[in-house]
Ligand binder design. Structure first.
Ligand SMILES: Nc1ncnc2c1ncn2[C@@H]1O[C@H](COP(=O)(O)OP(=O)(O)OP(=O)(O)O)[C@@H](O)[C@H]1O
Ligand SMILES: [Mg+2]
Length: 309
């Protein structure tokens, strides 16, 4: 059996009395595209810093392709490319020097390094900027360079911490395309994002973290299904003052005086609901079905985002 790309067991990391990561266990298989979601301060970046060997941790075990990130740091680290959430460039290096430095760190030199640097510059549309100092790049160009740098040594695992934060629509789509292609060609990807749409479009499996703990972990489609609430909104031909008693056994709320919202499920099919509405003597003017999205699930599980600690 293949080693998992990432294997985390019982990981705990505290900052004083704050448990930034709280007994976290997570396995990501080779070739996966994994979406790591959670509100601000949930523990995503901390987990990533531990995987990449940047942060120490209290308890647990973290391995990358079977290599322990502490005991076998160098072996583990060279398998990972990481684009951190915050820019951490030497601003006075040129684009090319930045990539060369990284290539060198991972043992690439000479012709091989030049060739690879040319490739990533081309791939990320930075050829024209190869001699520009990083401080002179636009924000979007810095983002691209961050990812190009992460890829310079052809890592088997790519970790992207909010890669499209503050990026315009066009570049975002371009980066999505790159991520898809990389994953298709076998690179395992761990992506954190606050754009739920991004996770919905790219990731096959999703983990949601809150207060340092995994609160949901499943295939994206199943995660959506699991909490899948299909709302059936029925607009009535005439307003009503209250919900007829015969409909109360259904999961129903009165949205306006002429709109009822039912939550469909296994025992509440659309047909059954419509029939019950008619039997209650109400005339249906129109009906509309809406599915819950990953965003609904996210808010459900994390109780709405933003700084609860
Ligand atoms: N160096 C540090 N010293 C003290 N506390 C820290 C440090 N780094 C992170 N924390 C705390 O650990 C918790 C988790 O932070 P982390 O950066 O992992 O969150 P995150 O999920 O990446 O959030 P965001 O979506 O905002 O990037 C937060 O409460 C944060 O304040
Ligand atoms: Mg973060």
């Amino acid at each position: 059996m293949k080693e998992p790309a990432i294997s985390i067991r019982g990981l705990t990391k505290s900052y004083g009395s704050l448990k930034a990561v709280d007994n976290l266990t997570l396995e990501i298989k080779q070739g996966e595209f994994f979406g790591f979601l959670g509100p601000n301060g949930a523990g995503k970046t901390t987990t990533i810093s531990i995987i990449t060997g940047l942060a120490r941790y209290g308890h647990g075990e973290v391995k990358v392709f079977g290599k322990d990130v502490t005991r076998e740091y160098r072996e583990a680290r060279r398998l990972i490319g990481v684009a951190p959430q915050e820019f951490n460039f030497d601003l006075f290096f040129t684009v090319e020097e930045t990539l060369k430095y990284y290539a060198g760190y991972f043992g690439l030199a000479g012709h091989e390094a030049r060739k690879r640097i040319g490739e990533v510059l081309e791939q990320f549309g930075l050829l024209g900027k190869r001699n520009a100092e990083v401080r002179k790049l636009s924000g979007g160009m810095k983002r691209r360079l961050l990812i190009a740098r992460a890829l310079v040594h052809k890592p088997r695992l790519l970790i992207l911490d909010e890669p499209t934060a503050g990026v315009d629509v066009e570049l975002r789509r371009e980066l999505w395309q790159h991520m898809k292609e990389l994953n298709r060609s076998g690179t395992t990807i761990l992506l954190t994002t606050h754009y739920i749409e991004e996770a919905e479009k790219l990731a096959k499996r999703i983990g949601i973290i809150n207060h340092g703990k995994i609160v949901a972990l499943d295939e994206k489609s199943r995660l959506i299904e699991q909490l899948h609430k299909i709302n059936l909104d029925i607009t009535l031909a005439k307003p009503i003052a209250s919900i007829p008693p015969s409909l109360k056994k259904y999961h129903v709320t009165l949205l306006d005086d002429n709109r009822l919202r039912f939550v469909c499920g296994e025992h509440n099919s659309r047909g059954k609901i419509l029939k019950a509405v008619q039997n209650a003597g109400l005339k249906v003017k129109s009906e509309e079905v809406s599915k819950s999205t990953l965003e609904d699930i996210f808010l459900d599980l994390t109780g709405g985002a933003n700084g609860k600690r």
